[in-house]
Design a binder for this molecule. Structure first.
Ligand SMILES: *Cc1c(COP(=O)(O)O)cnc(C)c1O
Length: 381
């Protein structure tokens, strides 16, 4: 890894405003586990290239830190969603890696993408035209991935649009088409017929475009088998420890640990109202602990409703507040939990996928929601 990458990652951590003593909650991010997850995906890809998807600030965990860690595993291709993310990532990780902007470039922003040396993901004929004009203005060929819509109806050129550009001999002038790519809608359901339909549509649409490497698989797509691997895989979720094979054991290592501090403890008698709206009343004498952690930290109000301490489950009582949650700690020996102690919200006792399951959501949303107030502690980089 080059020095620029090292320094940028270190600065980002050092600049983080919240020290461990001052914070209400601590988010530990295991960059070593992310690296191991990358190696596991690479092993499964058997020689096919593997990018790192770091959109949404690296699924909430820090795009600069994650990308720097992956760079050390030899990863040289990153995907972000927005141009703004691409510009920030370029500053953080230096000039070497390729950075693709999945959502395409907003009209008029092409010069900024050129300045930051980013690769466009071209999703429409208009974007192709604008990138070609940017190449002309820059006086050099500009790199791009052409995204085709193989059946998700979200981003990428529609088949009719592909036919139009295919009939225009100069459509790709000045553009270095490095990949033709598409995205799977149902990859986490291996038996879903849309997977095969999309794969076949992708193979067909590719043939109409300039010859280039192909990329289709996200995390779950890698587990659909080699016919989905093509020349480049684009995993995000699996790198961050989210199970890419729902319903089967998670082949990835967990990456995050989230712990909240006990702000206060108390005992209450039977019948006492607890929290906003008194939605809960003590059904007997109870030991309570209030933690400095709430929905302002991105914990969805419907999310997993227990914390853990030394393997003991501590249920939430009453409503989640903005900055606090009241726990029933009666299962612990009296006085065992004290002010300043840490309880676990995510970690060995409760995985990201567990927490998501309780909330009727997906691990992606749990991670992407994690708020800015934590002390972030990076280990294993
Ligand atoms: C988010 C995204 C990915 C990564 O998907 P995961 O399910 O997180 O692995 C890959 N490709 C595209 C186009 C995406 O939007």
């Amino acid at each position: 890894m080059n020095d620029t990458v090292n320094r940028a990652a270190a600065d980002t951590v050092a600049d983080w405003p919240v020290g461990e003593a001052a914070a209400g909650a601590i988010l530990t991010i295991d960059l070593g586990a992310i690296r191991e997850n990358y190696r596991r995906l690479k092993a499964r890809l058997a020689g096919v290239r593997c990018a790192g998807v770091v959109k949404g600030n690296g699924y909430g965990l820090g795009a600069a830190q994650v990308a720097s860690a992956l760079t050390r595993e030899g990863c040289g291709i990153f995907f972000v969603a927005l141009l703004a993310e691409g510009i920030a990532l370029r500053k953080a990780i230096g000039s070497r890696p390729d950075i693709y902007v999945l959502n395409g470039l907003p009209p008029g922003s092409e010069p900024e993408a050129v300045t930051a040396d980013l690769c466009a993901v071209v999703n429409s004929g208009a974007q192709l035209h604008a990138w070609r004009a940017a190449a002309h203005a820059a006086g050099r060929r500009l790199p791009a991935a052409i995204q085709v819509d193989s059946g998700m109806s979200r981003l990428g050129m529609a088949p009719a649009e592909i036919e139009t550009v295919a009939g225009d001999a100069s459509a790709f002038d000045g553009i270095d088409v490095r990949y033709v790519m598409s995205h799977l809608a149902c990859a986490d359901e291996p038996r879903h017929p849309a997977n095969e339909q999309q794969r076949l549509a992708f193979e067909r649409l590719r043939t109409m475009l300039p010859r280039a490497r192909a990329s289709l698989a996200n995390s779950s797509g890698i587990f659909l088998g080699p016919s989905y691997h093509h020349d480049l895989a684009r995993p995000g979720a699996a790198l961050y420890g989210i199970n890419p094979t729902p319903g089967e054991p998670n082949p990835m290592l967990p990456v995050v640990r989230l712990q909240a501090k006990v702000a206060q403890t108390r005992h209450v008698e039977k019948g006492t109202g607890i929290g906003y709206g008194h939605t809960y009343h003590a059904d007997g004498p109870l030991s309570l602990a209030t933690i400095s952690f709430g929905y302002a930290d991105g914990w969805l109000r419907r999310s997993a409703s227990a914390a853990w301490f030394e393997g003991v489950r501590l249920p939430f009582l009453g409503r989640v507040s903005m900055d606090s949650i009241i726990l029933d700690v009666s299962a612990l020996p009296p006085g065992r939990l004290r002010e300043g102690d840490l309880v676990e919200l995510l970690g060995p006792s409760q995985s990201v996928d567990d927490a998501a399951g309780h909330a009727g959501t997906i691990g992606y949303e749990i991670l992407a929601s994690l708020g800015p107030r934590f002390h972030r502690h990076y280990v294993g980089g």
